[in-house]
Ligand binder design. Structure first.
Ligand SMILES: [Zn+2]
Length: 706
């Protein structure tokens, strides 16, 4: 009796705990979008704990299955496992990036090592690996027979899943002996803590800095919209009547472009280039050394000479040498161009009687003058035609034409912040495809940059087809009291870019979660995003969306002509600062010994060897290079943007050849690449679309590097 009652009450408690927690039931919202109004921070930990427990039990059942291993009972079962953990993780990590308070940051510290250990428990589970390996080997043998008979046991997509999972195990250390596996766990656990520490140091240091202007005379040169935004930032920080500039890009970039005050430009840019490099508690130099040391150990455990060899082995590029080959070719073309640009800037300084040599904090300012002088183009003259709402409509108009999609605003979908909008993406006939959340303005709870992520990935088929919930996050120019959000050309391209990633997730049509949407090789993932940038400034599209926010007048032909003419403007600088960061990232990870590494000295030496001119610094210096050190997604992988740029500019040629809004070409792109996720080898997908290998020439031409 007693036992029963104890049991009952225990169950009851669990039930209550679960009943209150929105992760433990269906959300019951439209399209099952996470119910942000009900999710509280205290719900995360119990859901993580339960999610890990359930996933571990599922893994256990797969590993200990008495039946002989098959694709179905091992690979498919693995792909379907962990749904609760996925559900809570997707919400939590999206909130951690875009909407984090101190409590979420604290939960992340607690949960990161738990997840690292859980992943290791899977990756290093010998029984599980044995089963995956058995299916893999069976298949390899079978393929030899089948090849001769010209038929296949598994579909291409199934083979892709099998290869990806098998490789994942091997790269996770499944083939190592017990002692080395223990080392692997230790390394992964430490890295799981170092990555958020690196990122948090960058955020803390960025947020700690402000350039406060008290005297209006020091606003000289700044457009009114930039002044207004700085006044609003000051008010938000309790400094009414002053003007505050921060290390958010929409704040410091216009300041560098327009401020006549050279000393102040120097001050804010010096702060930018020294983020997390101030020898205080938020300094990242030691963190970098520790990360590099652990990554190298990991690579060596797995039989690679360096971490770059390990990281790139799994990419399209295959080896660091192939990457360096491409980067060096581009570097050699971009360096002389950047030097010519520096001379042009110096000529303006000299002409104005400025008795100094152009420095990195001058570049943006004189480049802006040069743009005016050479092309009579003033970026602030363009902004009124690029209100955020119009640019969004331009992107939606584009996909209506090339894919036949309808994108409609939905006000009945839960959102997590008042800045967030929900849109439904539909087929031409109105069939539901997925939900796109957009969250475009900077705030303290959001990290810098722009990205796409998913709250739910597409997967399954037929009645089990799961539709995606995708998010685009940005840090674009905010509206002020007087003006809506008016974007720079750079921001316009970023919006199109992230929307392209969004479509990769939204239009995905594959069976398996593991290879759905953007789950592709990481030097392929920027193709669907970057190809969208090609359309952003096409005159025919500009005519439809670039309308003055006050009058609704379409952008004048004369301005379009100026945008077109200035297409190569500053491309030496843009290409070089990017390549410098990419090469720095590869060089750090090509080290085969990091004992006694001096991070700053290494950075300097690497840049000197390349012959980087002093007027330009890498797009990210080491101590705030989040791509390289804030996680593993882009480590030894900042190069992927230019790798994919070769692909996207070449792929875009198909539209240039057939008409930039040609629906048949759009459908071919969608069916061969965008909807296919990681269901086949990237180069196969690419050639299926283009009918040939990609050529580097369109990229060189586009950037004026020929
Ligand atoms: Zn991207």
């Amino acid at each position: 009796m007693l036992a029963a009652s104890v049991l009952f009450s225990a169950c009851d408690t669990t039930k209550n705990k679960m009943g209150d927690n929105p992760f433990f039931a269906e959300y019951g919202t439209a399209f099952e979008v996470p119910d942000f109004s009900k999710i509280k921070n205290e719900h995360y930990m119990p859901a993580f704990e339960e999610g890990i427990k359930q996933h571990a039990a599922e893994i256990d059942a797969i590993a200990n299955n008495e039946e002989a291993p098959t694709f179905e009972n091992t690979l498919v079962a693995l792909d379907k496992s962990g749904s609760l953990l996925d559900k809570v993780s997707s919400v939590f990590f999206n909130q951690f990036s875009a909407n984090a308070d101190d409590s979420i940051k604290a939960i992340n510290k607690q949960v990161a090592p738990m997840l690292a250990a859980h992943n290791d428990n899977i990756n290093l589970n010998p029984k599980l690996f044995e089963r995956v390996k058995a299916v893999y080997n069976q298949q390899k043998e079978l393929n030899l027979i089948i090849e001769a008979e010209n038929q296949s046991a598994l579909s291409t997509e199934q083979m892709s899943l099998l290869n990806k999972v098998y490789t994942g195990f091997v790269r996770g250390g499944a083939n190592l002996n017990d002692e080395d596996q223990a080392k692997m766990r230790d390394i992964n656990g430490k890295l799981a803590l170092l990555y958020p520490q690196f990122g948090e140091n960058v955020i803390k240091e960025s947020q700690a800095y402000k350039l406060v202007i008290e005297n209006a005379e020091n606003l000289s040169g700044l457009p009114q919209s930039v002044i207004d935004a700085a006044a609003e930032t000051a008010t938000a920080k309790g400094m009414e009547g002053k003007w505050v500039f921060t290390l958010d890009k929409p704040s410091w970039i216009p300041f560098l472009q327009y401020s006549d005050k050279r000393e102040l430009r120097k001050e804010i840019y010096t702060a930018w280039m020294n983020i997390a490099n101030n020898n205080n508690e938020f300094d990242n130099k030691e963190v970098i050394k520790e990360i590099l040391k652990l990554r190298l150990e990991k690579a060596k455990l797995l039989g690679y000479n360096t971490y770059a060899d390990f990281a790139i082995d799994n990419n399209m590029a295959k080896t660091p040498e192939n990457v360096l080959n491409l980067l060096t070719k581009l570097w050699d073309a971009a360096l002389p161009m950047a030097k010519r640009e520096a001379k042009e800037l110096q000529a303006i300084i000299d002409k104005e009687g400025g008795n100094f040599k152009v420095e990195s904090w001058d570049w943006w300012y004189y480049a802006e003058k040069l743009r005016k002088e050479k092309y009579a183009l003033d970026e602030s003259e363009l902004r009124p035609y690029f209100s955020l709402a119009n640019v969004q409509q331009g992107a939606y108009e584009l996909v209506k034409r090339i894919y036949g999609l309808n994108i409609v605003r939905r006000d009945d979908i839960p959102v997590y912040h008042e800045d967030v909008e929900a849109w439904e993406v539909q087929e031409e006939n109105g069939d539901h495809i997925g939900i796109l959340l957009v969250d475009y303005f900077p705030r303290e709870s959001k990290r810098g940059g722009a990205w796409m992520s998913s709250y739910r990935k597409q997967q399954g088929a037929g009645k089990d087809f799961v539709t995606p919930v995708i998010v685009n996050v940005g840090n674009f120019t905010k509206p002020t009291a007087n003006e809506p959000s008016l974007l720079s050309l750079d921001e316009v391209e970023t919006l199109f870019h992230e929307f392209g990633h969004g479509l990769h997730g939204l239009l995905s049509k594959v069976e398996y979660n593991t290879i759905s949407g953007t789950s592709v090789k990481r030097d392929f993932v920027e193709l669907p995003s970057q190809i969208m940038e090609n359309w952003a400034l096409e005159p025919a599209l500009l005519k439809t969306y670039a309308r003055h926010y006050k009058t609704g007048e379409p952008i004048p032909d004369e301005l379009i002509a100026k945008i077109q003419k200035s297409g190569h403007f500053n491309q030496g600088f843009v290409t070089l600062e990017y390549l410098a960061a990419s090469l720095l990232d590869i060089k750090f990870h090509k080290l085969d010994n990091v004992d006694g590494l001096d991070v700053l000295a290494f950075e300097k030496q690497a840049m000197d060897e390349l012959g980087l001119i002093k007027e330009i610094i890498p797009r990210y210096r080491s101590t705030y290079f989040n791509h390289s050190f804030g996680g593993e997604g882009y480590s030894a992988g900042y190069y992927v943007y230019i790798w994919a740029a070769v692909l996207d500019t070449d792929a875009y040629q198909a539209f240039v050849e057939n008409g930039i809004f040609d629906r048949a070409t759009g459908d071919a792109l969608r069916n061969n690449i965008i909807s296919r996720g990681g269901s086949d080898e990237p180069m196969t997908l690419y050639k299926n679309f283009r009918g040939a290998d990609p050529s580097i020439d369109p990229l060189l031409t586009k950037r004026g590097l020929k």
